[in-house]
Design a protein around this ligand. Structure first.
Ligand SMILES: NC(=O)c1ccc[n+]([C@@H]2O[C@H](COP(=O)([O-])OP(=O)(O)OC[C@H]3O[C@@H](n4cnc5c(N)ncnc54)[C@H](O)[C@@H]3O)[C@@H](O)[C@H]2O)c1
Length: 327
């Protein structure tokens, strides 16, 4: 029988700090660009009857020896049930025998691994003296992205928040006001974006919210919310002017914000400047001039989940946390 360790979201939260996670996710992307971590084809399908999106992301990290998958997705009706929109769980395997080794609740894993890539985007692509941060979409991801961005870039003096649900924007603004001198909620997306040095989009939208003419030279955009066919937050015209960095080329052209610019012929596969791992590992420079518009399209890659969950399981073994079952 195989011993399988079971971790819930609270266990993962105790075991993985923001700082550790940032390092793990950076390492996973750098390894990916060197061919040392592997991503398998993604499944992501609509469950229309239930307003759900269900998917499976899987892969293998050679350096950390973590093999497994995350299954789950996004249920837009969950808000009204008092549940998080995102729901997922991971299964890890012993890579030498194929036996299952861990079941890990992955809602918290998803939150922190996505926040980490946003922070990485800012670290390598935003102007270091960025002062105004716009957050479009004030749900779970907007909240996590905001916290992570402020941690890696203490230069921000002002945050502008826009959400079509004003109560969401107001609730987030109230929480953030403890950390930053000026927080404003906007009724429209334009004033949030027009003076921003960094724009983070994390809405579950199916139409462009941020228009090309609002984007000033030097702006960095982290496009986080579009991770499924049909979702959209940015005007595809933005891609004509932006230096485009992606988490994974194939995923972004099909599932990410890039899908719209790609389908409209505004970009090609060759227009993509880099995968983020190539920048982290020093194969290509990040931002090179203060005036360039940079755009990180992130869809969420299995290696992020595996790096975070694999570390949580290692720590749980060392610290005797979690529950054991035998299968
Ligand atoms: N890139 C990644 O790795 C990754 C990871 C997790 C989630 N996501 C995606 O991020 C998005 C947000 O996830 P979440 O868990 O924060 O969801 P959530 O339901 O907690 O929050 C979404 C917020 O977006 C707002 N919104 C929706 N459409 C809007 C519009 N047109 N204009 C303005 N605001 C709008 C909603 O009012 C809500 O407050 C989803 O699309 C999700 O699939 C991406």
């Amino acid at each position: 029988m195989a011993e399988v360790i079971v971790l819930n979201d609270q266990d993962v939260e105790k075991l993985v700090s923001f700082e550790e996670n940032l390092k793990l996710v950076e390492q996973a992307f750098a390894d990916f660009s060197r061919g040392k971590s592997h991503v398998f084809p993604v499944i992501r399908e609509k469950i229309a009857k239930q307003q759900g999106i269900f998917g499976v992301k899987s892969g293998y990290l050679e350096t950390q020896n973590v093999l497994g998958f995350k299954a789950g997705g996004f249920w837009s009706g969950n808000k009204d049930r008092g549940l998080a929109s995102h729901q997922s769980v991971m299964v890890l395997f012993d890579s030498s025998t194929g036996e299952p080794s861990a079941f890990v609740a992955a809602n918290y894993v998803t939150q922190i691994r996505t926040a980490a890539v946003g922070a990485i985007g800012c670290k390598y692509l935003a102007r270091p003296a960025s002062r105004v941060l716009a957050v479009i979409g004030a749900g779970q991801q907007g909240r996590n992205q905001l916290a992570a961005t402020l941690k890696v870039m203490p230069s921000f003096q002002e945050v502008r928040i826009y959400d079509q649900d004003r109560a969401m924007a107001t609730a987030l603004a109230k929480d953030v006001a403890r950390y930053i001198p000026k927080v404003v909620t906007e009724k429209e997306p334009r004033p949030a974006c027009a003076e921003a040095d960094v724009i983070v989009t994390a809405a579950s939208s199916y139409q462009a919210i941020v228009l090309a003419e609002w984007i000033r030279p030097g702006t960095h955009i982290n496009a986080v919310g579009t991770d499924t066919r049909g979702k959209q937050e940015l005007d595809p015209e933005i891609f004509r002017r932006a230096k485009l960095v992606v988490d994974n080329i194939s995923q972004c052209l099909y599932l990410g914000e890039s899908q719209h610019a790609y389908d409209a012929g505004i970009i090609t596969r060759e227009s993509i400047y880099a995968e983020i791992g190539e920048i982290i590992s020093g194969m290509k420079p990040g931002r090179t001039t203060p005036d360039e518009i940079t755009l990180l399209d992130t869809t969420g890659v299995a290696i992020q989940d595996l790096a975070t969950a694999g570390y949580a399981v290692d720590q749980a073994r060392k610290k005797g946390l979690g529950t054991r079952v035998w299968l």
